[in-house]
Each structure stands twice: as structure tokens, then as C-alpha cells.
Design a protein around this ligand. Sequence first.
Ligand code: 17E
Ligand code: FE2
Length: 411
Amino acid sequence: MLIKGVHIENAAETSDIRVTGGKFEEIAPSLAPRPGEEVVDCTGKLALPPFIESHVHLDTCLTAGEPVWNQSGTLFEGIQCWSLRKKTLTKGDIKDRVHRAVRMQAQHGVQFVRTHVDVTDPTLIAMEALLELREELKDTIDIQVVAFPQEGIDSFPNGRQLVEDAVKMGADAVGAIPHFEFTREYAVDSVNFCVALAEKYDKLVDVHCDEIDDEQSRGLEVLAARAYESGLKDRVTASHTTAMHSYNNAYVTKLMRLLTMSEINFVSNPLVNTHLQGRMDTYPKRRGITRVKELLAAGINVSFGHDDLFDPWYPLGTGNMRDVVFMGLHVCQMMGYQEIMDSYKLISTNAAKTLHLGDSYGIKAGNPASFIVLDADNFYNALNQKSEVLWSFKNGRPIAKAAPAVREVLF
Ligand code: 17E
Ligand code: FE2
């Protein structure tokens, strides 16, 4: 197959991409079709490596309002609503919702997903369902599963055992939620437990870390210190870290040294945390987004996640990562020309690092031919014009397509 005329990752000039046997065979300015070769004309369109959803909760997706709506818009009411819905989970219910959600994501060019799965449930039914789905969907969507203790590790009955059981079942990563634990001691112990478990079973770590507007929430320093001391380093991810928005600058200056030494990754979820945070403020209201711009400037890896699709924590969501970037650039004030141009990396290259996808991710000869084509010539214009993903190819096979939107002005 020959893809004609794409701007690869914002390049000014266009290239053709030849795909054979599911791999990128060659990429060059002007390739002549071979006899009988299928040609896909994408002249002037943007080709990017596939979008990556580096932080979402697929087990909770598409359940908003079941059985009650989150009225306050807080994280904590969301956890209460979910705890009611959790009681009615069946494997069929989970699988049906996840199938719908990954199709929504696929339509918008997502091919890799890291999902957190609540394991504070004695049945571990959601973990079982997601591990089966990881296998069932592997030809179209790569799913990574985090054992996520939504209601705490040391503050939930049998919490430690449930997380370990989920890891033994086959989770890819271990989670924790230090800001939700009853005490600071539990918070520290839970992070220690999480990192030790990852070491024991050779897993990645992704912690819901300091997702609260409390400037005293200091799970991050514990996580970074353990990542550094254990040598797990970039196998560790700190998600949310919204308290960092409220830390004093003297403390952040000191913390940055450790964060750099630790080599950990960050995932920020600007859509959802703009909605959930600052809810106890009057005016001025904090945005509650971690310090993305400063982390990136310090050379620390940051990606953006959607976090939720229509669930107790977020009443909207289509799975479109472009919306996440759009919100994130505004709220983090990253609206310089080059920042906008490069922002696709927050949902692709940077996220690939966090997920440890390795060198096989990316548009280059020899790699699996996984890429997307957007209806714009560069990402700046794609973001501004809300351009569709026209094609999503996974290992050389189309898994989603769309026609360019047609709009006519009648005057
Ligand atoms: N659970 C949690 O602790 N935090 C979130 N943002 C979501 C679920 C969506
Ligand atoms: Fe989350």
C-alpha cells in the first residue's frame, strides 16, 4: 500500500509512505506505485504516530447518572457515586461499555490505552473483564491495565491483598491513591507498598498522586524518592498531581531536583481536573492542574490523558484526545506558536514513553505501520479547525476512517 503526499509530523514538505507486510517499508518524497499496489491519496494531509490515551478509567466509562448524578462535581462525590454503581457490575455490563468506549477512541485515532481499573472490589470483576478485553482487542487497541485501588490500599478492607491479587491476575502496572488514605502515615505506607509490589512482580507503577487541592498533600515526593531509590525510575508515573498547583514555589524549587533525578513520568488530565478541582474555593478559584509547562521546561516527561468518558467524575467526553490538548493548552497557558505546533506529542510521543512502548512506536522504516492521517496540513491547524482523523492504520490495516467534514456558507 502507498500513502501519497502526507506531511509527517508537521514537516513542511510532503512524503509518501510505503507499507508492506504491516510495516513501514520506505518513506520518501516521491514513490512510484508498484504494479497492482493500492494507493491512498492523502495529498496535503498530516500524518502522525497514533494517539495514545495514557490515562483513562474504562471500567467506569459511560455510567454517568447510574444510579445517581455527581451533583457537587467533586472527586469525592464521584467516588461515592461509583461505589454505588460498583455493586451492580457484571462482566457483560463492563465489556459492553468498554467495547463502545474503545470504538469512540478509535474513531479519533487512539490505538494505545492505559486504563486504571478499580480493584477495591472483593470480586475483582472489573479487573477480570479488562484483562480479557486486553486479549480480545489486541489486534486493534493495545490496552495496558493498572491495578487501581480507588478507595485506598490501607484504608480499604483487605486492600493490600486485593491489589496483589490483581497483579497476580496479570495487571501491567500497580497503582495507589495516597491523598485518599485515612492518614499521612497510610499515604506513605501505601506508596511504599505499591512500589515494593512493582519490584516484586516486575511491573510498572502509575499512582493517582495528590489529586486534591490540599497544598499539604505530599505523596509525590514519596513516590519520586522511591522511584529513585528502587531504580524503577522511568517505570514510574505520577498521575494528576494537582496539589502541585497549590504548592509554594520554594517547595517546588526543592522538589524539582528530586523529580529530575527520579526520571518519573507525569500524566496530567486537564479536561477532568479543570472540572473537579477548585470546588472548595470561592474566588479566586484555583485551576488545579499540575505544573505542566514547568515540568516540560525541566526536561521531565509529561503526557495528557482524558481520564473519563461520561462517568461519575465527568459528565461529557467523546474519547477525542484533541479536546484534551485543546483544554490543556489553554489552562496551562501553553499557547505559543511552537507549543501549539508540538502539542500532539502530549498525546503521542510523550505518552509512548510513559507506556514504555519502545522504539517500535513512530513513523520510520522497519516499524509496525501504525499511524493516523488528519484533515489538516499541520497540528496547529488541526487543533484550531478541529480536524477529523481521516485514517487510522494499525500494523498496516485500516481500523477507522472518516470523510472530511463538508461545510458550505450560503451567502
Ligand atoms: N478516580 C479518581 O480517583 N480520580 C479520578 N480523576 C477519576 C477516578 C476519574
Ligand atoms: Fe484518574
